[in-house]
Design a protein around this ligand. Structure first.
Ligand code: IDC
Length: 309
């Protein structure tokens, strides 16, 4: 339902209560919005009009800023750190001006184990959490998708280093922690949760590939009382391409609706991959019409229009 208030004016600072993300009045809030593509690969989508359209036309209340750590141009590989921090800063500023929530995502992927760049992560999160200490709309996601050697023990060791760094500067900020196997194993986290309050554990799904077996991990974790955030998903294959599976998407949506989960969709990009929200032929970075959206883009829009800002 649309009101004149921005999402942030309506909800204020969020916190985690039981399995829910709640607002200042204690009401459940479901964050929903797009994830950017790798910030260094598609910085053009970090613009005010794009975020505004996401808020007003796509009914989003949040944006996720995906900052890759390695790969070409990554923050810890050969990327220009200052330039990347500037893109993050622009993203936080636009989201704040628009009264939207914003996730700063340390996009762990190819290094597998977040401990590999933990020193860099400590410096980065110290910097951003100081800088945005008074931004009550900023959420920190400390490791996108640990995988392979990135076991839950490694993630725990990493989180035990990074969370105190953020808490020192921004004690009340919500922090999201990735789980093993590309953020699928929330069941492991539920068996051995971290010793911190006000954190959520991330689960990612790509509906054309992740079915009942993965959904059952979410059921297990939720029933054990673990607060889970779907900080990335799509209805395609996990490679970010391939068919869209609407039947599986419906199953994921009914579970997310039942549990009142936040949900972010990958990603703000136009290329030949089906997980991109915009058609390859469309180079606009705002002001899209429906015929410029991919199947995934249309799916996201339709789903978000059913949710409350
Ligand atoms: C993919 C991009 C692709 C890029 C690749 C880099 O779509 O263009 O080359 O990253 O490794 C994830 C990751 C996300 C992936 C996405 C699709 O968080 O970085 O993006 N995906 O494969 N987890 C599951 C799927």
């Amino acid at each position: 339902m649309k009101t004149d208030l921005t999402p942030f004016e309506k909800h204020g600072r969020l916190c985690v209560k039981g399995t829910d993300l709640v607002d200042v009045k204690g009401n459940l809030v479901r964050l929903h919005g797009p994830s950017t593509f790798g910030l260094m690969w598609a910085p053009e989508y970090v613009n005010f009009e794009c975020f505004k359209d996401m808020r007003d036309d796509f009914n989003s209340n949040a944006i996720r800023l995906a900052m890759y750590t390695v790969e070409w141009g990554g923050y810890c590989s050969n990327g220009d750190k200052e330039k990347i921090r500037q893109i993050v800063d622009d993203g936080v500023r636009y989201a704040t001006e628009l009264g939207m929530y914003v996730i700063i995502d340390w996009h762990v992927l190819h290094e597998e184990d977040p401990l590999v760049y933990a020193d860099e992560a400590e410096r980065f999160f110290d910097f951003v959490s100081k800088k945005y200490a008074d931004h009550e709309n900023v959420i920190y996601e400390i490791c996108n998708e640990p995988n392979n050697s990135g076991t839950w023990d490694k993630v725990t060791e990493y989180a035990n280093r990074i969370i105190p760094v953020i808490r020192k500067n921004a004690p009340e900020a919500v922090i999201v922690v990735g789980t093993p196997v590309w953020s699928q194993n929330v069941d492991e986290a539920a068996d051995k949760p971290l010793a911190f309050d006000n954190i959520m554990y991330s689960m990612h799904f790509y509906a054309a590939e992740h079915h009942t077996y993965i959904r059952n991990k979410l059921v297990y974790a939720h029933e054990k009382g673990l607060p889970v955030m779907i900080s990335e998903c799509n209805i395609t294959m996990a490679c970010g391409d391939g068919v869209c599976d609407y039947e599986q998407a419906d199953k994921w949506m009914s579970l997310m609706d039942e549990y009142g989960l936040s949900v972010f969709v990958w990603s703000l990009k136009n290329n030949a991959h089906s997980s991109s929200l915009f058609k390859e032929s469309c180079s606009k970075t705002s002001g899209w019409s429906d015929d410029e959206l991919t199947e995934a883009g249309l799916w996201m829009k339709k789903y978000y229009l059913e949710l409350e800002q």
